[in-house]
Design a protein around this ligand. Sequence first.
Ligand SMILES: C[S@@+](CC[C@H](N)C(=O)[O-])C[C@H]1O[C@@H](n2cnc3c(N)ncnc32)[C@H](O)[C@@H]1O
Length: 215
Amino acid sequence: MQMMDISQGLEKQPVVLHSQRALTSFQYIRDNEPSASEIRLENSSGCTCSQSSSCQSGGCPCATPVVWTQQGVQVAISVRHGAKSWTGYSDNDVPAGSFVCQYAGEILTNAVASSRLEEYDRSPESAGHALLVVREQLPSRNAYLRLNIDATRKGNVARFFSHSCDGGNLDLHLVRRTGALLPHVAMIASQDITAGSELTFKYGDPFDGKVVNYG
Ligand SMILES: C[S@@+](CC[C@H](N)C(=O)[O-])C[C@H]1O[C@@H](n2cnc3c(N)ncnc32)[C@H](O)[C@@H]1O
């Protein structure tokens, strides 16, 4: 993993933890609308209010942070080979709003991410690469923090989830643990998913707006 200068752009522009929207993309997909996500705050202490069950599903009116990405993969997933090469399928029924897993991989600086994308573009063997670029909108709404997660070489099962133009059945949510700078990407069922369904999300598209870098 590369070392990053995480101070750049953050001192005067703190990241708001709730109700911000983020844009996501695999950069090599060039013609789709970006997905939108809510940023939530994960709290390792969890919810202690009387409505803790709804807190855990993200619907608690007390707005206590949810805990998602610390739970690990929550759904049994099969990876099968087909027309899209390797693709992930749910082995369980998954109710809408459930946390499925996080998108895990190497966190890269922008420079390393750009270099890897060039490498992937040159190499036919890495056509199925899995470098996800997530942009977190700053409170000013004029700039974004860019997070590069490359699951091509190291990651979890989420790197096998395919793109779907209609948005698929997974939404990406940015979540941040208490006190942490870098967010995690939580993959949440956007609809009821029946056992045997392919797990998909909308990859998004490249972005031309102003980006403030993590590193
Ligand atoms: C993140 S990887 C997904 C896993 C990949 N299928 C594999 O075998 O490693 C992204 C790649 O999967 C393929 N892919 C994803 N969604 C697709 C779709 N809807 N149609 C065709 N190929 C798709 C493309 O090759 C894409 O570059």
